[in-house]
Design a binder for this molecule. Structure first.
Ligand code: AMP
Ligand code: ZN
Length: 477
């Protein structure tokens, strides 16, 4: 597989440090609010990479962190304590940071399942990884890369890492003094304006999410979390590191400096912990970057509430290159829904023809687009061409669509074996509830799953759970 590497600015062949295993780290959500479909587009990139690597015969280990402390907002206007996104939400709702994190984490897993994004192998939480952060910071102090500032926070010395800026192109001598990337940083306590806090001293007003350390009571800097958790679980060779484009600087630049410096006593100063940095471009909704502040946030649940299959979003995303901004609209979702329904209908029809062998050249062409820096728009186009190709038998088309769904992840064979007329007469509302129930079951939320079953029953349908998934049947008596 080849991927664009932000570090080399080239499309590089993915060369894993282990011949059979790809180690992948994905920056995860900050769980103080719902992840929107823009965040989901970024998370989908990791899923597509690991599906492609597995298709190519590799094993993958995917780690995605859950940020539940230390991610500071600079737009809350609530002062130093509440500038932690988790604590701002806690102040607003009267709930504890832990309650907030638990709730949004659950919804996050449910939304991933709804988009057929495979769960990561590990979901470390920042608040449960404090020990490894303290040990990382101690290593960095010992190696001369970090120091305790006059405010008892611990800072990373940007100048101690000569290639600082190589990832993002932000050169140290061009970074202006006084520019704040973190709302609560105290410039007078640092030795140099571009240094950043690895550990932050907690003031008396901060009553939640603080820990006792050799440097006093405090909490971790956001960038520290990802270095500690990735080194901890994946070790000193991480093949692919993913995140949204906004994380390139300062989050990933700082993470690279920390991780490389931490391993330099044993690995030398030239060892790159991360081999490939992959960044997903932003999703726009109706031409503006999707964000809470722009007021144009769309959730997976909103898409379901409008009667769409959440996988229509997955298909919509795949029709655009992950490295380009994409403008999502309800019309785009509608047309992806139509394409998805048409493919499932065709797959169902083709399944009734005699099965025929796959055409290896067609399969190689389409899977090859995934391997070529996730050229999913070309892969979708090739599927459209295959669908319309009158020289290829229906039996072959069925086999290819079914086989390649391990890459597309669109549940293309979902309707196979069902009576088409009957499934089409099921109201959209019932199908939407069934979808939500599938997601609830995938997230092992049995209470919600039962509740959704009851709602479906009230609408006159019973849910039948079969080995190949659940479907509904009209209640006849
Ligand atoms: P957050 O929960 O804010 O830490 O963001 C989670 C992930 O979503 C990060 O990798 C961000 O870079 C990414 N992200 C944030 N906004 C967008 C957007 N509008 N489109 C795509 N990805 C985004
Ligand atoms: Zn991160």
């Amino acid at each position: 597989m080849r991927l664009y590497n932000t570090m080399t600015r080239e499309i590089d062949l993915v060369e894993t440090s282990h011949p059979e295993v790809a180690r992948i780290y994905a920056c995860g959500p900050t769980v103080y609010r719902d992840a929107h479909v823009g965040n989901m587009r970024t998370f989908l990139v990791t899923d597509l990479i690991s599906r492609t690597m597995r298709y190519e015969g590799m094993k993958t280990i995917v780690v995605q962190n859950i940020t539940d402390v230390g991610h500071m907002a600079d737009d809350t206007g609530l002062g130093t304590v509440a500038a932690d996104k988790m604590l701002a939400e806690s102040e607003k709702t009267g709930k504890t940071a832990l309650e907030i994190a638990q709730y949004f984490e659950k919804v996050f897993h449910q939304d991933l399942a709804r988009l057929n994004i495979y769960p990561a192998d590990y979901y470390p939480k920042a608040s449960e990884s404090i020990e490894s952060m303290v040990s990382l910071i101690t290593t960095l102090i010992d190696s001369g890369n970090a120091y305790v500032g006059s405010d008892n926070s611990v800072y990373f010395s940007a100048e101690s890492f000569p290639s600082y800026g190589a990832l993002s192109g932000n050169r140290l001598d061009e970074l202006r003094p006084g520019h704040k990337f973190d709302a609560d940083e105290n410039d007078s306590a640092k030795r140099f304006h571009a240094d950043w806090a690895l550990w932050k001293s907690a003031g008396e007003n901060r009553t939640q999410l603080t820990w006792e350390t050799p440097w006093g009571r405090g909490f971790p800097g956001w960038h520290t979390e990802c270095s500690a958790m990735s080194l901890d679980i994946l070790g000193e060779n991480i093949d692919i590191h993913t995140g949204g484009i906004d994380l390139r600087f300062p989050h990933h630049e700082d993470e690279r400096a920390q991780s490389n410096s931490a391993v330099s006593p044993t690995r030398g100063t030239n060892h790159e912990v991360v081999r490939q940095w992959v960044h997903a471009e932003h999703l726009l909704f109706e031409s503006k970057k999707m964000s809470k502040s722009a007021g144009n946030v769309v959730l997976v649940q909103d898409v379901i509430d409008r009667g769409y299959d959440p996988l229509a979003i997955r298909l919509a995303f795949m029709q655009h290159k992950y490295r380009s901004q994409m403008n999502l609209t309800w019309e785009v979702i509608q047309s992806s829904q139509e394409l998805l329904e048409r493919w499932r209908r065709k797959v169902n029809q083709w399944s009734q023809s005699e099965s025929q062998a796959m055409d290896p050249s067609v399969v190689a062409e389409i899977s090859g687009y995934f391997s070529a820096d996730l050229n999913t728009p070309m892969a979708v186009n090739a599927m459209r061409k295959l669908e319309k190709n009158s020289e290829i038998s229906d039996g072959t088309k069925f086999e290819i669509f079914a086989h390649l769904d391990s890459l597309f992840g669109l549940d293309l064979v979902r309707d196979v074996g069902k009576d088409l007329g009957e499934s089409l007469s099921v109201p959209t509302e019932v199908l939407g509830l069934l979808e939500q129930r599938n997601a609830a079951r995938a997230a092992k939320d049995w209470a919600l799953s039962d509740q959704l079953r009851d709602q479906i029953t009230l609408l006159g349908f019973s849910v039948v759970d079969a080995a190949d998934g659940a479907h509904v049947e009209p209640i006849t008596n």
